[in-house]
Write a protein that binds this ligand. Structure first.
Ligand SMILES: [Zn+2]
Ligand SMILES: [Zn+2]
Length: 411
């Protein structure tokens, strides 16, 4: 078996990993770089038998385009819907329908390679790790994962999974290897922080977070419920929650109490949904037959409401509500602020409070993972600090982008 990390050995994001056995060649993830200093890879997917996408974050799928020519594309059904949703809301073409969906723990075959998807805990819905097996080599790719989210049980399950014994090569992510454990709040820590803040609020609150970070939306909703506030979401967030109903009954939706769609401050999301009625399939009428509110209905009691709307709309909603001193919570990666004009101006205009936790594993969790599963070789990926792996696991081998990693059969 041969592995080439085309991108992701020396940076966070942009993952693109080639695994080949004989004449079969697959790509795992086909991401665009997160750093503006990093270049896109120039790889033609039609040279491969399959592209397999681990989860719907751009640094894992951003190089996919509408047509993949002869190449088979595999991802989960929800990942496909989330990628197409992101594409539609950013005026890009949606992926074509010739996608093969995998499900957790259901192996599939690409010629002589057997691939088994493992659902993992991460800040994106439906994130997967993959076990890739040939007759003489077993490779495990963690994708992005952690052990501190609402699905942390999945991490513990992997530690005890007999399929993950005797791994020859583990490609393991290390995004957060150099962060301090004190940086890692749990979702319940964040829930308590938000609850306390909302309980005391005398004005409306706004939260900036990715609508696709479902753990965070659940946390936000739970804090609103406890503090008896109404969570107001935009059409985009409401659609993501609708998609989530396919895989989880514990994710809030617009027919639940203390949650409603707010809809007369922009129109862009509404217009996109209206324009692509086939894709959004009756969603607008669903919104209008459930909890939905207009701004004019809210002005009497601003402290009753917490808004989860796009950061581009926050200043406008605050103006329409006649609020000058909203509570503003920033609940995503701080690094986004420096390149984003809107976020910078919100930070300057309002008192922005920061409350977030990483979607990636703590160094202690990575150490535990490696030392319990004992792969014959651990290769750091998705990290700027690969050398830290050597301190926690002696069978670590560091590779650079585009180096060949060969695994010969034991004869
Ligand atoms: Zn990533
Ligand atoms: Zn990710």
């Amino acid at each position: 078996m041969k592995i080439i990390i085309h991108k992701g050995a020396e940076e966070i994001g942009g993952n693109c990993i080639e695994i080949s056995e004989g004449s079969t060649k697959i790509l795992i993830d086909f991401g665009s770089p997160l750093s503006s200093n990093s270049k896109n890879i120039s790889i033609d997917p039609s040279d491969y038998d399959a592209v397999i996408i681990s989860h719907p974050h751009l640094d894992h799928y951003g190089m996919l385009s509408k047509s993949l020519a002869e190449c088979r594309l595999f991802c989960s059904e929800l990942t496909h819907l989330l990628i197409n949703t992101t594409n539609l809301f950013s005026n890009k073409d949606i992926l074509n329908d010739e996608v093969e969906f995998f499900r957790p723990n259901h192996s599939f075959q690409v010629n002589n390679l057997k691939i088994t998807p493992f659902l993992v805990d991460h800040s994106s819905a439906d994130s997967f790790a993959f076990l890739v097996e040939s007759t003489h080599c077993r490779v495990f790719y963690t994708g992005d994962f952690r052990a501190t989210g609402r699905k942390k049980i999945l991490f513990n399950k992997m530690l005890n999974d007999p399929r993950l014994k005797n791994i020859d090569i583990m490609l393991i992510e290390g995004t957060a290897m150099n962060r301090r454990p004190s940086d890692f709040l749990s979702e319940s820590n964040i829930e308590s922080f938000l609850y306390k803040l909302f309980s005391k609020q005398t004005s409306s609150s706004f939260l900036i977070a990715s609508s696709q970070n479902i753990d965070r939306i659940v946390t936000l909703y739970r804090a609103c419920l406890k503090a008896d506030k109404v969570l107001l979401i935009d059409f985009y967030t409401a659609w993501i929650l609708k998609l989530m109903q396919k895989v989880s009954i514990s994710v809030p939706y617009i027919n639940w109490k203390n949650i409603a769609v707010i809809h007369n401050f922009g129109g862009r999301y509404y217009n996109i949904i209206k324009e692509h009625e086939d894709f959004f399939d009756g969603f607008l009428s669903e919104v209008f037959s459930n909890n939905h509110l207009r701004i004019e209905e809210l002005r009497d009691q601003p402290s009753k409401y917490v808004f989860k709307v796009s950061s581009n709309h926050i200043a406008k909603v605050a103006d329409l509500m006649n609020i000058t001193d909203p509570i503003l919570v920033y609940s995503q990666w701080e690094g986004y602020i420096k390149d984003d004009v809107t976020l910078k101006s919100l930070k300057n205009k309002y008192d922005m409070k920061y409350c977030h936790t990483s979607g990636h594993a703590l160094i202690e969790d990575i150490e535990l993972f490696l030392n319990i599963l004992q792969p014959a070789k651990a290769i750091p990926i998705h990290t700027e600090t690969p050398h830290l792996f050597k301190k926690i696991y002696d069978k670590t081998v560091i590779y650079r982008d585009n180096e060949e990693i060969l695994h010969e059969p034991n004869i």
